[in-house]
Design a protein. Structure first.
Length: 199
């Protein structure tokens, strides 16, 4: 009897992509991980400039943005920094399962990175867990308003230090996270994705 082998295209839908992850990570997806269509748009923008091949996702979670971006834009390198080791482990499993070599996950706090190594930045409001506790990822990380303020001012400083032409994509973020030296190039009404460029 012939056996039928069905290949899943993991990039065809959020459900197909999320099936790469543990059940727990799948349950967190709609709140904590970037939807595929948003990741595609953000990655297209961040890779679309004349210079700079290194894209950084600050707080990369299970790696969804980096893997989707890396899959579509193989000439760029997508780096993800994530403070939770368990999420890095899930990200690497998904990276291997999708055979996406141009992705690099770093288990660290973003405040330990040398930001000069990265040209353009993706940011899905990663520090908000310090203020809002709805459906938390886990309870293993200290969260507080003081930590939120510390991280947000460092993020602001990092953006201010970047050269002209630096591209930033934010998802579900207030405009005041971004220094005035950045111009917003696009924001589709009803979408929470905002695209910025340093003047
Ligand atoms: C909203 S999730 C976004 C995940 C991923 N960027 C995506 O879009 O699918 C935010 C992630 O940021 C991580 N995070 C928060 N603060 C961080 C920090 N200081 N350094 C590194 N990662 C951090 C959290 O652990 C969480 O996984």
């Amino acid at each position: 009897m012939e056996q039928e082998i069905t290949m899943i295209d993991n990039f065809s839908s959020d459900a197909a992509f999320d099936s790469l992850y543990s059940l727990r990570a799948q349950q967190l997806s709609s709140i904590h991980w970037t939807p595929i269509e948003v990741a595609k748009k953000a990655a297209a923008y961040l890779t679309g400039g004349p210079a700079g091949k290194n894209i950084l996702d600050i707080g990369s979670g299970v790696g969804k943005f980096c893997i989707v971006g890396g899959h579509i834009f193989p000439d760029h390198i997508f780096h993800g920094v994530e403070q939770r080791k368990a999420l890095i482990d899930e990200a690497i499993i998904a990276q291997n399962a999708t055979n996406t070599p141009n992705v690099h996950f770093i288990h660290a706090n973003f405040n330990e990175l040398d930001m000069d190594k990265y040209d353009h930045i993706y940011f899905y409001n990663s520090f908000s867990e310090n203020l809002f506790h709805y459906k938390p990822i886990d309870n293993l990380i200290d969260c507080s308003e003081a930590i939120y303020n510390e991280y947000l001012s460092l993020f602001y400083e990092i953006l201010e230090d970047k050269p002209s032409g630096t591209r930033v994509a934010t998802f579900h973020c207030d405009d005041n996270y971004i220094p005035p030296s950045y111009k917003r190039v696009q924001h589709v009404t009803g979408e929470s994705l905002k695209l910025w460029i340093k003047q």
